[in-house]
Ligand binder design. Structure first.
Ligand SMILES: [Zn+2]
Length: 310
């Protein structure tokens, strides 16, 4: 007997302008079996799997079409494991301090919501800086880490299901989130609704218009299965304006990466990681040293950061 399977894919109109007129930039390299595997770990591996990338002829947004079904994407994120939190902890705590400094420059209000907060390193720094910080994170595992390590208030439902009060938040942040979601404009409109008039939105995404992206092409590590929208600084600013945000401008903060976090993906790529894994654990002597050594770089090297107001 043939069992009728749910279709795996969902075709999308342009997530910014809603039109259905695009050119194909490159095709997917995923095979049927790849979809059985869960989504990625935290590591960036060049030459990974990716979907078909298209470019809207009307607004020039680059997006993946078709995508895996939205319900499946949410379920995958809900089950995502954050077993590597100790490896990224030092560098994320450092980088997110710079993100807090960025928003403090623009807005001193207290109520802050971070959507897609992950293990909540940013949220922890924001609460230390005096914000009443709340987070949303689909990954049950990451949210549990945020609660147990930092005692933070983190919801695990999608934003649209939470029905948060209107005109409530002084600041909403979306750090590297919009490239993952099937309907970024819907999320931005909901963020607009829950922000107070004059409230601040800070957004970052990988920048497909960056020199790095242009040089590396399909081998740029941000071209991967889970990134289904690819913004340039301009297309990111455009979608914010489309969601009625005002005074939209680009910004920059200091990103950081520890030597350990930088080395592990390289070793994995060279298939050497399994051999040296134990000496590189974050609580090993070498692991601890390498985790303390940080490389700082301006976010605009790889990301677009944009701030805007309601
Ligand atoms: Zn478009």
């Amino acid at each position: 007997m043939r069992v009728k399977l749910d279709p795996l894919f969902e075709y999308r109109h342009c997530p910014n302008c809603g039109q259905n007129d695009f050119i194909v930039l490159f095709n997917s390299n995923m095979k049927q079996d790849d979809f059985q595997e869960g989504i990625e770990s935290v590591y960036m591996l060049p030459g990974d799997k990716y979907g078909r990338h298209v470019k809207c002829r009307n607004c020039h947004l680059i997006y993946v079409n078709p995508i895996e079904k939205g319900s499946k994407i949410n379920e995958d994120y809900s089950q995502r494991k954050s077993v590597d939190a100790s490896i990224i902890r030092e560098s994320r705590l450092r980088a997110t301090k710079s993100q807090v400094e960025l928003i403090k420059r623009y807005k001193k209000g207290t109520n802050l919501l971070d959507i897609g907060c992950g293990e909540a390193f940013f949220l922890f720094n924001a609460s230390k800086a005096g914000y009443v910080a709340k987070g949303i994170e689909l990954s049950q595992d990451a949210a549990a880490y945020a609660k147990s390590e930092f005692g933070l208030d983190v919801e695990t439902k999608p934003l649209e299901e939470l029905q948060l009060p209107e005109n409530h938040f002084d600041v909403v942040t979306l750090w590297v989130v919009l490239e993952h979601v099937p309907h970024p404009l819907t999320i931005l409109k909901e963020v607009h609704r829950i922000l107070k008039p004059g409230g601040l939105l800070a957004v970052s995404t990988p920048n497909i218009g960056s020199v790095l992206a242009k040089t590396l092409g399909k081998r740029w590590w941000e071209i991967r299965r889970v990134h289904i929208n690819q913004f340039t600084t301009k297309s990111l600013m455009d979608i914010l304006k489309n969601a009625e945000f005002k005074n939209v401008s680009s910004a920059c903060y200091k990103e950081s990466i520890s030597l350990l976090y930088l080395f592990i993906p390289i070793l994995k790529y060279l298939k050497l990681y399994e051999k040296v894994k134990t000496s590189l654990l974050p609580d090993s002597v070498l692991g601890r040293i390498m985790n303390k050594i940080m490389l700082l770089y301006p976010s605009k090297l790889n990301y677009s950061a944009v701030i805007a107001f309601k």
